[in-house]
Ligand binder design. Sequence first.
Ligand SMILES: Nc1nc2c(ncn2[C@@H]2O[C@H](COP(=O)(O)OP(=O)(O)OP(=O)(O)O)[C@@H](O)[C@H]2O)c(=O)[nH]1
Ligand SMILES: O=C([O-])CC(=O)C(=O)O
Ligand SMILES: [Mn+2]
Length: 608
Amino acid sequence: MDAVKTGLNQPPTQHPRLLDWVKEVAELTTPDRVVWCDGSDEEWDRLTSELVAFGTLTKLNEEKRPDSFLARTDPTDVARVEERTFICSHDKADAGPTNNWMDPEQMRGIMTDLYRGCMKGRTMYIIPFCMGPIEAENPMFGVEITDSAYVVASMHIMTRMGSKVLEAMGDDAQFVPALHSVGAPLEPGQTDVPWPSNETKYITHFPEDREIWSFGSGYGGNSLLGKKCYSLRIGSAMGRDNGWLAEHMLILRLTSPEGKVYHITGAFPSACGKTNLAMLEPTIPGWKVETLGDDIAWLRYGEDGRLWAMNPEYGLFGVAPGTDYKTNPNAMRTLEKGHSLYTNVALTDDGDIWWEGMGEAPDHLIDWHGNDWTPNSKGPSSHPNSRFCTPIKQCPVLAEQYDDPRGVPIDAILFGGRRASTIPLVTQARDWVHGVYMGATLSSETTAAATGKVGVVRRDPMAMLPFIGYNAGDYFNHWISVGKAADDAQKLPSVFYVNWFRRGEDGRFLWPGFGENARVLKWVVERLEGRGEAVESPIGFVPTPGAIDISGLDTDPEDLAASVRVDVEEWKEEIPLVEEWFAKFGDKLPAMLWAELDALKQRLGMND
Ligand SMILES: Nc1nc2c(ncn2[C@@H]2O[C@H](COP(=O)(O)OP(=O)(O)OP(=O)(O)O)[C@@H](O)[C@H]2O)c(=O)[nH]1
Ligand SMILES: O=C([O-])CC(=O)C(=O)O
Ligand SMILES: [Mn+2]
């Protein structure tokens, strides 16, 4: 109890609202200890050592992976739980047809009962954090309370956090309260498990109160509350109210051989290529890509009337399988520098990590369940949604504008999904509203990033289906109104729709992807400069057969032609699906999007 008293009676802040909230949570959850996190290296060392001693983390080979650790989760706690994620607006209509909803008072009742005594036997950590630079004009503060040391260690990497944030908050700054518990109280004498969690899970957002309550899961997407919960779900509601956009987007800086600089954002659903594109190593000579963000972007108008994007995060929480020196060398180099957490990947006999796609499989591994594994074993060694968590500052191609609170002015926005058919390699929208239509009708096959069936095609508007914190119809309207707010439509980013995942009849990918995607970026730049060759197809501008630079590329020209083909019959099959999708939103769907759909039907020759 003394430690509780120390945490509560000698707090490192005088912020009244924060202190009231901390006290209230401590009284409700009854932890054994209360710790204010300072964000120091000593704190990281202490927490990781404790987690190693406890068996939650395994220390990796210091020479190969300095200061790096492996976590194995409970096998039932490996991904975001979309069916347990709620938007609790006062009015159900404000959550819209794509979100789970419950009345906020009812939800607070249910969760308060779950939280009562839930930190018994555990330490309650208080993590002051800031999404985006602390030096911003309006720093976006949050405070996460959690009973998971793994969460604290991960927040060290993923956010700017600790004493410097608390200091910047003074005693009156606004902040987003974010409460997290793994939901596993310990009775006296009860032995703990390495990965405590609860079968009952709630990932809950109160958009009007700008508040987050999460219970039962320790997995990153459910527990690192600055990420999806704050920066996207609460962030999108803030953006709606204040004229900006919170998006599931990478941000990259592209320099052409002539030295011209472009900034591009890309919205692809989870596990559909954002991290890879953000760190891409171009295969075509003279082109350079620098990283600004790999998952989240906040877009606002700058004084110059252009849309600027900044990355609120401080680390990368990337999909491990498929990452290696061939596909994403810059991610591998980032990880070489150490100071990283790995979750649910395999452990090699010499204390290194391994996952599917990282060269040839070693003869023996410990798999993500903690069992012996050989190449003959059934099932993969690493969970398909296993992750690396690493400081973005270690990225060897990080752009220096990374820490600029204004971000960078955006030239092009890419929407993209994972579709085996129909969607060409790249299509340019005619204008902003057509671009919004492309985003609003984006579709993709589900991946292991969320629990549930993998490989099912679903609409994933702007790659934000699981992350829009309000009615998606209102969100489409907001996108249109952001376009209208431009003082000059010429200053708006040009919108493109890409698909790296189209397959041939034999199932192989038609486009080599990864570093070769620079060839598509080159065409995008040529279009921005008004010179890339394109044909106007029913669905937008697509490259002419020779327009994509394939010099030095060892790809069957027929595959390339198939990858950019617009198949009118396939597109006709898409139309009823879009109609069904739009109908969900009733009169919330902007009339301009119905008009876009009608015009597309006309162009496809579907006049009824
Ligand atoms: N075929 C192909 N696969 C790709 C390409 N880019 C990425 N991938 C694979 O897709 C998977 C996910 O890629 P990421 O870049 O981690 O996806 P993400 O969008 O950042 O995922 P989240 O972190 O879940 O939001 C990995 O297994 C990659 O190897 C590509 O251009 N072509
Ligand atoms: O949030 C997570 O768990 C990881 C992620 O980036 C996503 O799923 O988009
Ligand atoms: Mn993501």
